[in-house]
Write a new protein. Sequence first.
Length: 286
Amino acid sequence: MTLDTTPKDTAQAGVTASGDSQPTPVLATRRLTKTFGGLRAVNKFDLTVREGALDGLIGPNGAGKTTVFNMISGLYAPTAGEVDFLGAPIVGLEPFEITQLGIGRTFQNIRLFPNLTVLTNVLIAYHPHAGYSLFHGLIRNARFDAKEREMTERARDFLAIFGLERYQSELAKNLPYGEQRRVEIARALASAPKLLLLDEPAAGMNPYEIGRLMDYIHFIRDRFKLTILLIEHQMRLVMNICEQITVMDFGEVIARGTASDVQNDSKVIEAYLGRGAAARTGLRSH
């Protein structure tokens, strides 16, 4: 089965409604701020992500990276600031509404349904796009059966892309950690995103698995015409695949640029790694 990945309208293609050639950013945040009591976790965070980008967001633990993702995806309401997706504001929308608009994500801690099969975990992401009503689901008529067969076939296609088809009947909790990570990415893709947020996709993976993950991320970006923003602590992955990198520390942006730019930035070396630590921790490109 061939998956349809063609943009469905001009807004998705990154063209403004007026028809000119000025691209609309897929994602834009302006002065995005989040406080928890007296703690300012994110302060005036600005970010623009162009269509088709593969960008990174890095920083030490507690820098505010996941808080940014949670505000973009609707899990947290910003204390102040704006988030636009394809030129439209999304602050105030529920997480499921943001998902339906086309923002998919994975989580720092895997959030699969452990006692459901791998296939069912991926199928769950399809149901907002099922196209049948509760009535059709209750009576299980021909329309329901046809759509369920179509969704099951598409879910198996995603599992095959990640080499997971042999696990489709396994409970998610029984898979090795690296395989669970790939199931979570497959599930995020099944929600038909235009923007994919990956929160530490390489966490818990060994060097071989990280190498395969880099290939997968490039592949899914190109195959599904996605825009990808990822948080990652594995510098080998970030420096080798991300085209633009934003560095945070204590809730604020301290550097932004290419891998070469940020790995030689004195603020990054001092605040993120500490002086003299760059060579020891692998920040240099491989």
